[in-house]
Design a protein around this ligand. Structure first.
Ligand code: AHR
Length: 315
């Protein structure tokens, strides 16, 4: 009788620790994960989507993909549909803007669906998501500014091609860039306009700036992404100027096209933003489902490059 009592106690204890015993496959095979993506505004964004989808397939994860076409309301609607249907084990959210996520994140929490933020940041309470997998956008802005300071000996009138207004990528890159140039009285942003991270918009904005501003007064362009930088190159050439010579150009992303521009001598430098965040995001989901505590930020590193050779040597 005594033995039977002890066996019952052991069985009850095992039942209590059962969630840990139901540990997920290391790679997440068999999980269904909703991925709310911003859209396809840039070559980097498309590479990021492709990389997440390829990673999911390699791991045997059933990825439900939703393209929000730059609209936060589309992202929220997709998340709410997954929550209502209860058909996802987790959600990965690449948020278009920083603010306005509290309600949907609370709904996910109440439904017991963990959310991992990727790429851009949110200003919601950290308890509402598992972790954020991303680069350090502020650091990217600092790197771009530091390169420009040394290239111009700290004397430069800068045109800033701003990313999507309200997005962490644009706000933080601007913050990091301004933080560094503020140390040099001869460096100032003389114009800052948004091109929404889109190549054609970068070109249009640069065209209008070149028609409103004496080009001789512009020393450099800091573009928040490579696509806008490439658009600016087209506008600068069409204005009869020599990009990377008459007007220096530094940007962010390190997409394949920018290395063609570097080879052609049309741009000067780019800061790498790795598109390979799917792996660490899926790892975070699995670790969370296995009961592990995670730091609130999983950083993804990137360096500044001025040539294809330097980039290739690192990859
Ligand atoms: O959030 C990252 C930024 O979004 C990339 O730098 C840009 O290309 C994309 O649109």
């Amino acid at each position: 009788m005594r033995h039977i009592k002890w066996m019952l106690v052991v069985v009850m204890l095992l039942a209590l620790v059962a969630p840990a015993a139901l540990a997920q496959d290391d790679g997440g095979a068999g999980l269904t994960i909703g991925f709310s993506q911003i859209g396809s505004e840039s070559a980097w964004r498309t590479s990021f989507t492709d990389a997440v989808q390829a990673e999911a397939e390699a791991r045997g994860i059933n990825l439900l993909f939703s393209d929000a076409q730059q609209e936060q309301e589309n992202q929220i609607a997709a998340m709410q549909a997954w929550i209502a249907q209860g058909d996802v084990d987790a959600i990965i959210l690449a948020p278009v803007v920083v603010s306005g996520w509290d309600v949907v994140l609370e709904e996910a929490r109440d439904a017991g669906i963990p959310v991992v933020i990727v790429d851009r940041n949110v200003d919601a309470d950290e308890s509402l998501y598992v972790t954020r997998v991303s680069s350090d956008f502020v650091h990217e802005g600092r790197l771009a500014a530091a390169w420009l300071v040394q290239a111009t000996s700290g004397q430069c009138n800068i045109v800033e091609l701003y990313g999507t207004v309200g997005s962490a990528a644009a706000e933080d890159r601007n913050d990091g860039f301004e933080e560094v140039i503020a140390l040099f009285p001869g460096m100032q942003i003389i114009r800052s306009e948004t091109g929404n991270f889109v190549r054609t918009e970068g070109k249009q904005v640069m065209e209008s700036i070149l028609s409103a501003e004496d080009p001789a007064n512009i020393c450099a362009v800091f573009a928040h992404n490579d696509d806008m930088a490439i658009g600016a190159v087209e506008a600068i050439k069409e204005a009869g100027l020599d990009p990377a010579e008459d007007i220096l150009i530094v940007s962010v992303d390190a997409i394949p096209d920018i290395f063609d521009s570097l080879d052609a001598g049309d741009v000067n430098a780019t800061v790498e933003l790795s598109p390979f965040m799917g792996g660490p995001a899926f790892d975070a989901v699995v670790a969370h489902l296995n009961g592990e505590e995670l730091p609130k930020w999983v950083p993804v590193a990137g360096k500044l490059y001025t040539s294809r050779e330097a980039y290739d040597a690192d990859h």
